[in-house]
Write a new protein. Structure first.
Length: 89
């Protein structure tokens, strides 16, 4: 498996560069979740990071890798394409 050094922005991992495994498409996963165990033995706290482009080159506008940005609201729930949309009120 290959890995890519990826920058983390915001949250408890702010400023750290960690190796993240990349998939067959050459991209790291869309979400990166970090579980932190509770000191009292309760359920762990999960910090979620969303993948975003790290930047673009000046001349050609080619993307320059990825970074993970802290998402304090957590990971959005998965929706299957065949499910009915939620009704508006």
């Amino acid at each position: 498996m290959q890995s890519e050094n990826t920058l983390f922005v915001g949250g408890p991992l702010d400023g750290r560069v960690l190796p993240v495994l990349i998939g067959p498409s050459g991209k790291p996963p869309q979400w990166y979740e970090v579980p932190v165990p509770d000191a009292d033995g309760g359920p762990p706290t999960v910090y979620a990071y969303r993948r975003e482009p790290a930047g673009h080159s000046k001349r050609l506008g080619i993307q320059r890798g990825w970074k993970y940005t802290y998402a304090p609201e957590g990971r959005e729930p998965r929706r299957w394409p065949w499910t009915k949309p939620t009704p508006r009120t």
